[in-house]
Design a protein around this ligand. Structure first.
Ligand code: PEP
Ligand code: MG
Length: 326
């Protein structure tokens, strides 16, 4: 079967009815990019930069970060590379940063909230490193855990200020660099129509979107039954995000685990999702599934899940539907 998948390595990701999408890889370090290329990835859909900050005694300097981002951008040879700004807190702790553990870490001081609060020592050096590296490839900046327009505007204003500074110093960067957001909170989903007018792309983070939609801790095994991408509420939310993003004409991707779920791929494809980002090992299998889907024909059948009331019913239905696809 692995042998059979190999033929998809050099092929585009295109459905039976000719809809072209992008299958990209999730990475945590520049080395990971090699695996994405080996597996025929068409880009990087999520570089989790927090891994550059973990397992060490102090923060990586702007220069170290610049080298890492540049390495990925160069290795991908002009293919899109979405780099997410620091997303720590919640389940990802960094001891040397002096962050006091919150009583509710997932609802607390993390990600964009922390970064906008620590511009001088954390956010500005990272954004400057990203902008400088953008001269070497197709880097896009992604903001994590967005819940409000103010956060988007504050981050964009900061990026603009750094661009001016680079201009003054004659330092190269991509002036048209795209800035997008993770859509992974209930607030961002509900405001997707508004946010879509302010950013260049969406990437749906189902790992957190499920957690924040279902009020279920993503790591708690006792309530893991509630943690499912097939929950009616989660699927309606995903449908809404894709629909609103496409209506505004921006790219909509997904970088949460659900993006490589064989039962969900046909659903996401028929709803119009443009980019699927996943671990390198899932890329070829997902391309094979997409090649076997007629997204237009599937749409009517897939839309039925939006009227279903239980997770079990939806999962059963999608299992049957995928079996029919062969
Ligand atoms: C997500 O929340 O779906 C996501 C991709 O980000 P992380 O798993 O790093 O929170
Ligand atoms: Mg997340």
């Amino acid at each position: 079967n692995k042998e059979m998948l190999k033929k998809y390595r050099g092929l585009p990701s295109i459905s039976k009815d000719g809809k072209k999408v992008e299958i990209a890889g999730n990475i945590g370090s520049p080395e990971d990019a090699k695996k994405v290329i080996e597996n025929g990835g068409e880009g990087i859909g999520l570089f989790r930069t927090e891994f550059l900050f973990m397992d060490r005694d102090g923060m990586p300097t702007e220069e170290e970060q610049f080298e890492s981002y540049k390495e990925v951008a160069t290795a991908m040879e002009g293919k899109p590379v979405i780099i997410r700004t620091l997303d720590i807190g919640g389940d990802k702790e960094i001891p040397y940063m002096g962050i006091v553990q919150d009583e509710n870490p997932f609802l607390g001081y993390r990600a964009i909230r922390l970064c906008l609060d620590r511009k001088d020592d954390i956010y500005i050096p990272q954004l400057r490193a990203l902008l400088r590296a953008s001269a070497f490839g197709n880097i896009k900046i992604m903001l994590p855990l967005i819940t409000s327009m103010d956060e988007i505007r504050e981050a964009k204003a900061l990026i603009s200020d750094i661009k001016k500074e680079l201009d003054e110093k004659n330092i190269a960067y991509n002036k048209n660099i795209e800035v997008g957001i993770m859509v992974e909170t209930a607030a961002a989903s509900l405001l997707a129509d508004i946010f879509a007018k302010e950013v260049d792309f969406f990437s749906i983070g189902t790992n957190d979107l499920i957690q924040y939609t279902m009020s279920v801790d993503r790591g708690n095994v006792k309530i893991a039954g509630l943690y499912s991408p097939f929950s009616p509420a989660v699927l309606r939310s995903i449908n809404r995000i894709i629909t609103e993003g496409k209506k505004a004409g921006i790219m909509v991707g997904m970088c949460g685990e659900a993006a490589s779920d064989p039962l969900l791929i046909p659903v996401l494809l028929s709803w119009g999702m443009d980019e699927f980002s996943m671990s390198a090992s899932s890329i070829l299998k997902s391309r094979q599934i997409i090649s076997g889907c007629d997204s237009k024909e599937l749409k009517v059948k897939v839309d039925k899940v939006l009227e279903m009331s239980t997770e079990g019913e939806i999962k059963e239905y999608l299992k049957k539907l995928t079996e029919e696809l062969g």
